[in-house]
Each structure stands twice: as C-alpha cells, then as structure tokens.
Ligand binder design. Structure first.
Ligand SMILES: Cc1cc2nc3c(=O)[nH]c(=O)nc-3n(C[C@H](O)[C@H](O)[C@H](O)COP(=O)(O)O)c2cc1C
Length: 216
C-alpha cells in the first residue's frame, strides 16, 4: 500500500457536528473569533494556536508555513520569528498576509487576511524574555531559512551561543521579533453534510464590518 493516491482518493468526512448561522456570527468578527478559539481550547483541539501563514514574494510567488499565534487582541494577530527568514523577506517586500486555522475536531476553518507590521522592539523583547532558555538560544543559533551544510553546523552554532550567554540572560536577537497582522477580512467555515458548508465572511469597508454568507 504505497500508492498514496489510491489511499487518499476515497477518504471522506461528512461534516455534521454543528451549524453556523448569521445570527450566531454576530456583528463583531473578532469577538466571534475569540468565541471559536475558546471553544477550540475547551475542546482540547491539538495546537489550536497553530495557523498557516501565507506570504507573497515580490513576483507574486506564494509560500505557506505554520506559525503560532501568540497574541490576539482587537483584530490584531501576532506571531514571531526571524526577520531575515523567507517570511520576513516576503513581509518586508509585501506587508500583507493570510492566516488559516483548521480545527478538524470541530469541523471548523477560519481565514483571516490583513496588513502586517513588525512589532516595536521592546514588545518583541518582552515576549522573547518569557520564552524557555533553549528556544532563546535556538533563536540566536538559527539563521532561519538559510542553507546548512549539515545538522552538525547548526549544533555547533548552538554550542557557540550556549557558551557566549553562559551565566547570563539571553538577550533578544536584533534579527528576531514579532509581526502583527491587522485583520481586514475574516471567514468562518463550519462543515455541513453533503459539502453544503456554512461560510460567513466579514469584510472591512469604510470602518464597518460587512457580513455575507458565501456559497460553499
Ligand atoms: C506547529 C508549528 C508551529 C510553528 N511555529 C512557528 C513560529 O511561531 N515561528 C516560526 O518562525 N516558525 C514556526 N514554525 C516553523 C515554520 O513552519 C517554518 O518552518 C519557519 O518559520 C521557516 O519558514 P520560512 O523559511 O518560510 O520563513 C512552526 C512550525 C510548526 C509545524
């Protein structure tokens, strides 16, 4: 059984856990996001804070990768990483991105889009200082997205920084920090039977959130 296509072709989940009505979604998409995130946390979904982040290169080539949502406040969604990484280069050139959560246990998906800005340095440092020491050293040791000769090179670099910051607090690297996406679009998706899913989208228009039901 190594033909992946044969194995996945007929996998089908019929979604019937819940419904999403216009009424339930309300008028404030951030409040509804908080409600769904709280429900994902209560349901003990595995890593509900993990989200796909899609960014664009200057020529329009798109890349996606998972990152952790670390702060969510009033339409602002923050995540962290290396400013020189591929996502960092993309966001410098084109400060717009898409976030995607998928919680299969709840048969729910949330799409969010918006403008992205780098966080003020002090705010990044504040979060960096709360991270476990191993992750702090890792941030210094990883020239994120650059080619390595081998695993050893990475481990040697880790050793260098373990030595350098021995017996002292690890400072936030100047090339490491947070980004905040300010949402201008949300879509809440609830799986329904026969692929007739519920989709409620909110779009920011003249500082008003316009709500629409979309065809699945
Ligand atoms: C569940 C999960 C969470 C992750 N969280 C982060 C994160 O918060 N920040 C980060 O820089 N990379 C995170 N990564 C690694 C990224 O997916 C990616 O490999 C890395 O950021 C480099 O991407 P880039 O080369 O496109 O910049 C995570 C990976 C997974 C699977």
């Amino acid at each position: 059984m190594n033909d992946v296509s044969a194995r996945i072709q007929h996998l089908r989940e019929d979604f019937s856990k819940a419904v999403l009505t216009e009424n339930a979604a309300g008028t404030e998409p951030f409040v509804f996001f908080e409600r769904w995130m709280n429900e994902a946390l209560d349901a003990q979904v595995l890593e509900p804070q993990a989200m796909a982040l899609s960014t664009a290169a200057p020529g329009g080539r798109i890349a996606s990768r998972m990152v952790y949502l670390r702060f969510a406040h009033n339409h602002n969604f923050s995540f962290y990483g290396n400013y020189n990484s591929l996502k960092g280069q993309h966001l410098n050139a084109h400060p717009h991105a898409a976030l995607l959560f998928f919680w299969p246990e709840l048969q729910r998906q949330i799409r969010i889009e918006g403008q992205v800005n780098q966080m003020p340095t002090e705010q990044s440092a504040k979060y960096f200082n709360e991270r476990p020491r191993g992750s702090q050293i890792g941030a210094w040791a990883s020239d994120q997205s650059q080619k390595l000769n081998d695993r050893k090179q990475l481990e040697n670099t880790e050793q260098i920084y373990l030595e350098r910051f021995k017996n002292q607090d690890v400072p936030c690297p100047p090339f490491w920090g947070g980004w905040t996406l300010s949402a201008c679009y949300y879509e809440f998706w609830q799986g329904r039977p026969s692929r007739l899913h519920d989709r409620i989208a909110f779009e920011l228009h003249n500082q008003q959130w316009l709500k629409n039901r979309l065809s699945p």
